[in-house]
Write a protein that binds this ligand. Structure first.
Ligand code: C5P
Length: 410
């Protein structure tokens, strides 16, 4: 860790006094700390204290000729290994979530190519407000890491969540973040590694009707499958996304076909063949009701109904054994136990080239969440990736598939 560079943004909150100690603690660990102080932050701590503790000039202005001459704001945003916001105020988080760039701190957050760790600090009502919670969810989805806030007595006299984490907790989060990959690849600057190729992706759940108002379905937000379709399109592929019912928007530059049932999904996939790559990320319902009712099923004296289930077609297995089989057939395995074992069995049984396996036990928060921890299981072995935003999992998967296409197999 020694020698790593931290860009610390000090926002305007009473917890800014703890940031003085944070600078000391980070420097004790051999880290180089460059401080940016917001206008509001300067109401709580002085640039002189921060400059003395960091041993470096403190940056405050976006449009400062002297500062820009020494180091431009873009350079400042990229020079660090990690950006830390402490205290991260509601206003700074809102600006970052919406991509504002009207002062030095917000501009740096938009321009940086490094991971950002935020230590929120605000009144509990401000923290619990749906607007702040929405912004935090957006930022998490974009890859921002959070430490705290903690619960406790606040300077404003109230008690609850919103207290900035203590300096040593922030230091531990900094160490953990620095242990991982802190460079964020540019989404749109993905090399066109799939140019000229045709990719079919399935995503979301399928809904299998019981009667006109009820259905059987698996839990699936479609976030991962849609991110993969987007990443494939960004990499230059011509993409058909066959999506079950989801609330996420259609990806840009992708032909999206909306379906409801597994049989419709299979039909749409077969209609989209031939393709070079098939990625089955949908959570297809394994069974459907053999004879769905035309009228709504009524509660009655005869007790609960018996649903006669029949098996749905396996889309992945069908595509993998198809006369027009794509060169690469990739499946997903959402498991709650023995993740790798089940994935290996699925790889063989469904005859696909690669299985992306993940643990979806409720404790992982993967279902509907924005991050995913996956294992790539192929005949060649198992590769485990760190926990990443779903968009990044998608980009890495596309890069991996492009490499496999180059090698001529899995
Ligand atoms: O067997 P299981 O449902 O766990 O397999 C998951 C993989 O198989 C996923 O890639 C999923 O999209 C695909 N699948 C499918 N059709 C089904 C069931 C699963 O394409 N009927």
């Amino acid at each position: 860790m020694t020698g790593k560079r931290i860009l610390l943004i000090v926002g305007g909150g009473i917890a800014a006094y703890k940031s003085l100690d944070l600078v000391r603690r980070l420097r004790e660990r051999g880290l180089n700390v460059r401080v940016v102080l917001t206008e509001a932050g300067a109401q709580f701590v002085t640039p002189l204290s921060l400059a003395s503790l960091s041993g470096q000039e403190v940056h405050q202005e976006l449009f400062s000729l002297t500062a820009e001459a020494r180091m431009g704001h873009i350079e400042l945003s990229r020079d660090a290994d990690l950006v830390v916001i402490a205290p991260a105020t509601a206003d700074l988080l809102a600006k970052a979530a919406h991509g504002h760039a009207n002062d030095l701190a917000s501009t740096l957050l938009l321009a940086t190519d490094k991971r950002v760790l935020a230590a929120p600090s605000m009144n509990l009502r401000m923290w619990l407000h749906p607007a702040t919670q929405r912004n935090v969810a957006t930022l998490r989805g974009d890859g921002m890491i959070f430490v705290g806030p903690g619960d406790g007595a606040m300077a404003c006299g109230e008690f609850g969540p919103g207290r900035m984490s203590e300096p040593l907790e922030i230091v531990a989060a900094v160490e953990a973040a620095l242990a991982g990959d802190t460079v964020i690849p540019l989404p749109m600057a993905q090399p066109p590694v799939l140019a000229g190729l045709r990719v079919i992706v399935t995503s979301g759940p399928t809904h299998e009707p019981i009667d006109p108002v009820r259905y059987i379905a698996n839990r699936s937000s479609g976030k991962q499958g849609h991110a993969i379709a987007q990443a494939a399109a960004n990499a230059g592929a011509s993409v058909v996304l066959v999506s079950g019912p989801v609330s996420v928007p259609d990806p840009a530059g992708v032909q999206t076909v909306h379906v409801e049932t597994a049989r419709q999904m299979l039909e749409a996939v077969e209609a989209a063949l031939p393709a070079d790559i098939f990625i089955g990320a949908a959570a297809v319902a394994d069974w459907r009701v053999g004879a769905a009712l035309v009228e709504k099923l009524k509660k009655g004296a005869s007790g609960p109904p018996t649903l006669g289930l029949v098996e749905n077609p396996d889309i992945l297995a069908t595509v993998a054994s198809h006369a027009r089989r794509p060169r690469l057939v990739v499946g997903f395995a959402a498991e709650t136990e023995k993740v790798i074992d089940h994935a290996q069995a699925k790889l063989a049984r469904k005859k696909c080239d690669l299985i992306v396996a993940n643990d979806v036990s409720p404790a992982t928060g993967v279902m509907g969440g924005d991050a995913n921890t996956v294992h790539l299981v192929s005949k060649g072995g198992v590769e485990t990736w760190p926990t990443l935003p779903k968009a990044e999992v998608a980009q890495r998967l596309i890069a991996e598939l492009a490499a496999l296409m180059g090698e001529g197999g899995a």
